[in-house]
Design a binder for this molecule. Structure first.
Ligand code: TRP
Length: 328
């Protein structure tokens, strides 16, 4: 079974990305033939900053490697290193109705901003379908917000197959329903756009500062507190051991624990867990050649697969005239 997913290089990864996406995807890499790519073509719909594109691309790659992705097993690559997907996007665009694209939630919310929308943003789902179909992907692990895009990729695969023959594998979305919503600093879902994120690679001192800024209620040291509604505890649960979780919950329910103490406990478990990976991340960022070597090897492998699939699609639509030469 092949699993494929893309990660846009538009921001430093935060703890919500780590727990909700990166860790589950790393786990999936041991049971699946995993292809994970940095979706730089897609990032270009919103990010017009070449220096930022290069930096975030390197950071995303270094993040996955620092957290344990084994590049000998999982294929890690940059989307734009496989230009065949843009060709495939054209073939798919020709079997896709404008109506389907107009119904995409992401397009509709872009419309709500009232700004002029680029053709790239409008056809985002076509490019995403090309990503998925170019690698004969069976499973596409994504968050809820991307489910509709994967369904559109299924529709495009079926539309193409029914006109031109069985060229594409029809993929399934793999929605991470079991992952809890990770609270941000203000208790809303952690998200870059809410400005409530804790970045994964903050140095210890800044990490501590961020943790200390988590919003709590006004209960004092000697008040009884409810761990289940507390943002600090909501994060603690994801980093501490079951024993530590039970022990801190018990302290919430007795006098004597201030939120400052709880935050210190949270900082300590987070820092202990992130520090070794942070060191690897920093070392990778300091030697870009290493990351580049991994991405180059990933691109070569990914491109080999995509060339085969796109070749099938080209032949199916009548390009290259292969059936005629193969007859001679
Ligand atoms: N659109 C996805 C996101 O914003 C990223 C992405 C691009 C992707 N291509 C993909 C995800 C293909 C899964 C498969 O998160």
């Amino acid at each position: 079974m092949r699993a494929l997913t893309g990660i846009k290089p538009t921001a430093q990864p935060h703890v919500g990305n780590l727990l909700g996406m990166i860790q589950p995807a790393l786990a999936l890499g041991s049971s699946h033939d995993a292809y994970y790519f940095i979706a730089d073509y897609h990032a270009l719909t919103t990010m017009h900053d070449a220096e930022g594109m290069r930096r975030f691309t390197r950071e995303v790659a270094a993040t996955w490697l620092a957290l344990g992705l084994d590049p000998a097993r999982t294929c890690l690559f940059a989307q734009s290193d496989v230009p065949e997907v843009t060709e495939l996007a054209w073939l798919l665009a020709c079997v896709t109705g404008i109506g389907a694209l107009e119904r995409a939630h992401a397009y509709k919310s872009a419309q709500d901003t009232g700004k002029d929308i680029s053709v790239g943003t409008f056809s985002y789902p076509v490019l995403m379908a090309a990503d998925i179909l170019a690698y004969d992907s069976n499973a596409v692990p994504v968050g809820r917000d991307q489910k509709q895009h994967v369904e559109m990729a299924r529709d495009m695969a079926q539309a193409f197959n029914s006109r031109f023959g069985e060229v594409f594998v029809v993929p399934e979305p793999l929605i991470r329903d079991d992952v809890a919503t990770i609270p941000g600093l203000d208790g809303r879902k952690m998200s870059k756009s809410y400005g409530n994120a804790i970045e994964v690679w903050l140095p210890s001192k800044q990490l501590r500062k961020k943790v200390m800024s988590i919003v709590t209620d006004s209960r004092g040291v000697d008040d009884i507190k409810d761990p289940d509604t507390c943002n600090v505890f909501g994060l603690y649960k994801h980093f501490a051991t079951p024993e530590q979780i039970a022990a801190l919950a018990a302290r919430y329910r007795q006098p004597g624990l201030g939120y400052g103490h709880a935050k210190q406990e949270l900082f300590e478990v987070m820092d202990a867990q992130l520090a070794p990976a942070r060191e690897r991340f920093e070392a990778l960022m300091a030697s870009p050649g290493e990351v580049e070597t991994v991405l180059a090897a990933g691109a070569e492998r990914a491109r080999g697969v995509a060339k085969g699939v796109v070749g099938r699609a080209r032949e199916a639509v009548g390009f290259g005239r292969a059936p005629r030469w193969s007859r001679s």
